[in-house]
Design a protein around this ligand. Structure first.
Ligand SMILES: [Zn+2]
Length: 271
């Protein structure tokens, strides 16, 4: 998808620029893994703790959950259990703020097109306060709802990426076309690849396509249960975990923040 532009553009750059930006610097993960993988889920949907938690815990997989307080409220004890069993709890704004092209947000008057950076920051910190008070953790990771990173519209549009860089160690986008180059990626705009609705074979193919240059692959889903547009199949998730945990496949599976800490400490900076 959209490959031609990405492929053609580098050819237009000067050879000097190309040599610098295309140098592969190498990257070593723990236990000689070739790639890091993080499994993440958004919105704190009920099925994540009703169905997913037991499955993840069975294989001792630590996932990153970008939670919406209004959903956590209805399953507080189960989310406390998620914390207890070592999963990462991360911020996803208090109001799940994204584009007003979603009718329900526009009706509430909280779409990004109608928001200011100040209002955005308040909503993010409101989410942070709720998580601290309810789950006793302070998130260091954030996921942009709907993958949107702006407020305002047209000539008055502003990026809220700097706000995320100010308050969090990492920010994760959504529906991307690349994995993260550990030596280059911006921690405030980590990419992710969707897993909802896909078969295990489809996810495996996507992962294999994105393994070059020791990439860090962040997978992102929503509900966990019967495979659907916004649901990662429970059976698919189980197959995926077994595949990622098999040492011969060369993956290091850990939370977004654990991988980010490791990458930050071990990355080789570009000139
Ligand atoms: Zn979301």
């Amino acid at each position: 998808m959209l490959k031609p532009l990405c492929v053609v553009l580098p050819l237009l750059l000067s050879s000097q620029t190309l040599a610098k930006s295309s140098d592969y610097l190498g990257f070593d993960y723990p236990n000689k893994a070739k790639n890091a993988v993080s499994i993440s889920f958004d919105d704190a949907r009920h099925s994540q703790v009703d169905t997913g938690l037991a499955l993840l815990n069975k294989y001792q997989v630590k996932a990153t959950f970008y939670v919406s307080p209004f959903n956590v409220k209805e399953r507080v004890e189960k989310w406390q259990m998620a914390v207890k069993t070592g999963h990462e709890i991360a911020n996803h704004t208090a109001s799940h703020l994204c584009t007003g092209n979603f009718e329900w947000l526009r009706e509430l008057g909280v779409s990004l097109e109608q928001f200011t950076l100040k209002e955005m920051e308040q909503d993010i910190l409101k989410g942070q306060d709720y998580i601290k008070a309810t789950l006793n953790v302070t998130p260091t990771a954030f996921a942009y709802p709907c993958g949107n990173t702006f407020v305002g519209r047209g000539a008055n549009t502003k990026s809220y990426v700097p706000l995320i860089a100010k308050h969090f160690k990492t920010g994760r986008t959504w529906l991307d076309e690349t994995a993260n180059n550990p030596n280059f990626t911006d921690f405030s705009q980590l990419t992710s690849l969707p897993i909802d609705g896909l078969t295990f074979e489809e996810i495996k193919k996507t992962i294999e396509q994105h393994r070059t240059n020791n990439s860090w692959i962040i997978l992102a889903g929503h509900d966990i249960g019967k495979r659907d547009q916004y649901t990662t199949g429970s059976d698919v998730l189980e197959q995926l975990i077994v595949y990622l945990q098999d040492p011969k496949n060369g993956f290091w599976l850990d939370t977004v923040s654990n991988v980010a800490d490791y990458v930050e400490a071990n990355r080789k900076a570009f000139d």
